[in-house]
Design a binder for this molecule. Sequence first.
Ligand code: NDP
Length: 339
Amino acid sequence: MSQAKEELRWALIGASDIAKTRMIEAINSQPNSRVAAVFSSNAERAKAYAAENKIPKPYDSLKTLLEDPEIDIVYISTTNDLHCEQALAAAAAGKHILCEKPLALSLTDAREILNAAQTAKLVLGTNHHLRNAVTHRTLRKLVKEGAIGKPLAARVYHAVYLPPRLQGWRLSRPEAGGGVILDITVHDADTLRFVLDSEVEDVIARSATQGLATGGMEDAVMGVMYFQDGVLAQFHDAFTIKHAPTGLEVHGTEGSLFAVNVMTQDPVGRVVLRRDNDETEIKLDPPEDLYVHSIRHFNQAVLTGTQPFATGADGFRSLAIALAALESTQSGHRTAVAK
Ligand code: NDP
């Protein structure tokens, strides 16, 4: 049905902050897509959110929304515990799915989503925004071209201060999939896999609770991912760090790449190549909004059969790495990443 259409109608599952601050604008920015409906579990919130964001149809029943024949694609951005059942319902209704990370809370659930989308021949994407950034795409290209020789190590620093408006379920509801590992480490995992074009074999991590998280959850973590080709990648993620920049480095036999201010939602940051003591600023293509890039690729996948920029399988892999990190913080041991 959708393949013949010129305009794709998206529905939001979840009256969320991320949809309001980034995704609605990104979807509506495309000439071939627009947000047509929103579902919230609360009827008043659905109506208020729809009015505030100029969305024509508010729904407080997911079933009714999924029965709406106008809807081609759903964007799921509810709390993490709801992604699986909502994605399965969307797949059963024949809607293409862009799901927020983490795809689910277990690999069994994530596998079920992948299978349901594949069986129904639907496009399934994971909204890992970072790989959409021109900085990360450039890093991947440079690594692939051999600009730094053989990669040996990487370092991600992604420790930020969780904005007060987001200091809710992430810090207080473990059953909703809160905690910094499922929120931020999962993004690091995807970005490192993308930049290095390699898979993680195992993870060792140590977490801490530094004053924001409750309920036994972590709000800070450091660790090491070991990649199949021997690359060691160090990561530091936190909700508690107020004054640090973010970044990603890759160190190889012939050079090092430093990407500064790049673990962020905005199309900013710079990339520097360092060989011996010489530093070269890499000229980047014009930056595009990360979420617009993601939506553009998703629409194209629905219309032409290409792949979303981050697929469902990518969401499965990043979740497997994040869950291994979480398990390692609990056991104190190095943990193999499930295949
Ligand atoms: P929010 O806390 O804004 O929304 C999550 C859910 O909380 C909503 O679906 C909504 O339920 C409920 N909710 C929202 N506002 C209220 C309120 N005022 N009172 C009661 N309930 C409310 O979540 P985020 O936008 O921060 O995150 C949503 C998802 O997106 C998560 O999976 C997260 O991991 C992901 N995310 C991804 C980012 C990315 O860059 N890829 C960035 C930020 C988040 P209902 O729909 O029933 O109204």
